[in-house]
Design a protein. Sequence first.
Length: 523
Amino acid sequence: MKIPGENKLKSTFVATTGGLRPTAKSPDEALGELFADVQNKRVYGDGKTFVDLIPRRRMKQIQQEYLVVKNDPLFDLRDFVTRHFYEFSDFKSSYKTDTSMSPRQHINELWKVLERRNRRDRGSLIAVPHAYIVPGGRFSEQFYWDSYFIMLGLAVDGKRDMIEGMMKNYAYMIRKFGFIPTANRTYFLSRSQPPFFSQMVKLLARHKGRTRTLVEYLPYMLLEHRFWMKGRRSLADTEHNAYARVAQMPNGILLNRYYDNKTTPRPESLREDMETANGAPSRQPDRLYLHLRAAAESGWDFSSRWFEEPSDIRTIHTADIIPVDLNCLMYMMEETIAETYRLLHQPLLASKFQGMADRRVRGIQEYCWNDEKGFFTDYNFHKREQMPHLTLAGVFPLYAKIATTKQAAAVAKRLEDDFLKEGGLVATLLTTGQQWDAPNGWAPLHWITIEGLRNYGHHRLANEVKKRWVAANLKVFKDQAKMIEKYDVVAPGKLGGGGEYPLQDGFGWTNGVLAALMAEDEA
C-alpha cells in the first residue's frame, strides 16, 4: 500500500542524508583488471553498457574472485559478468509509438516514458532526491546540458514540478560534489558540461517568481562559478598561464576552457580511447586522454572543432582551446549572479560579478571575433591564434547578447550563406564522420541560433531556420514514428550518423526544443 506523502519523505531523506554518504568508486577504479578486460575484449559492443551495470556483490569481492578464476582454461568472461552484474530495470524499453498521435501529443506522452527516479546508489548510478527526465536510448541519467533543452519542452507542457525537481537534483549535486557533473554517474565525477545552470534558474524564475527563484539558487550559482574558476590565483606559476578550467590571456583577462580532472581513458569509452592513443605514438597518452575527456566535457564529443587535422581525432587538443560558447555561458552566469545581488541590495558584490562579466566580454571580443570571416571562433591560447574552424559555437555571442549589431549581421549572413541547409543548420562546415560535424544538425544548437538571431532582429532568418528544422524533425517522425538524437540536415529525412555509438532514439533535447518551437505557433 502506498503511504500518503511517501515520495516526499523519501526525497527529503535523500536530500538530507545523501551528502553525508561517501560515493562509490568509478567502476574502472573499483574493478581494475576485470574492468579493462571486459572493455578491451568487447564483451559488450557499447562500452557504456558495462559501466552502467549493477554489481550483485561488493565490487572489491568480484574483482578478487576474478583474479582467482580468470586463468581457468574453462573460464568464460561473459558468463562471469552475467553472473555478477545486472541491468537496472527502470527502463520502459517496450514503448511503442501510437501513430495516431500528433508529434506534440507524442512528445507529451514521452515525458512519462523518459522519466526516472533513483533514490539509492546503484552501481555507478548516483542517487538523487527527485524524479528526472533522461535523454533516452543508452542514456539513463540526468545529463547536465541536455536538461536545459528538455526543460524548455517541460515548461510549455506545463510540467513545472518536474523542472523544479530536476533543479533540486542539481542543487543536491552541487552541495555534494561542489559542481554539476556530466550526469549522476560515478565515472562522470571528474568533469562537468556546458554550464547552463544559470539559464535553468532563469527559466524556472519565469514560472516561480524572479526574485524568489534567483535568491534561492544564488548559493549554487556561486559554487558552480567557483568550480569553473578554481585555480585563478595560481596561474602565474603554470605553463601557458592556465590551471584546470581557467586561462589568463595575454591582456590579463581570465577566460575558461573545457577540462577534466583525470588523465586516463574514459571508462565508458576505454577501448576507443586506448585505440586513439595507440595510433598516436608521438603523443603522451595522459595528455591525449585529457584532451579527449575535455571534449567530452564540452558536449561536442567529437568534432573537427577540437582537432589540429580536421579528420584525425589523434590530433585532438581541446584543453589548448578557449571555446567561445563556454565563455558566453560563463558571462551569462556572472550576469545572473550580479543581477541577483542587485535584487538583494548588495551593490559591492553586484559590481564585483558585473566587472567579471564585462571583462569577459572584452576577452571574447578581442580573442574570438574574426573580422575577416565575419564570425566568432574559438582561440588557441597555446599558439596565440584563432582556430580556423567555423562552428555553430560562434553563434553563442548572439544568444548571450554580447555581439555588436554589425557583428550579428555578419554572423547572420554567414549562417545563411554557409550553414543553412535544406533541413536546418549543420554543426560545422566540415564532413569528417564525427557526430558534431556536417551533415549533422542538433536541437540545442538550433535553439541557441534561433534565439540569438531573434535577439538582434533577424527574424526572417530565425523563422527560416525554425521552419526547416521543425520540418526535418517531423519528416523523420512521419517516416519512422520516433524522435532521434541528431538529424542529417543536408538530406532531410535521413538519420544523423557518426560518433562512437549508434544513433539514439528518445530523444530528450530534440523533444524539448521541438515542443518549445511548435508551442510558439499554438499560442
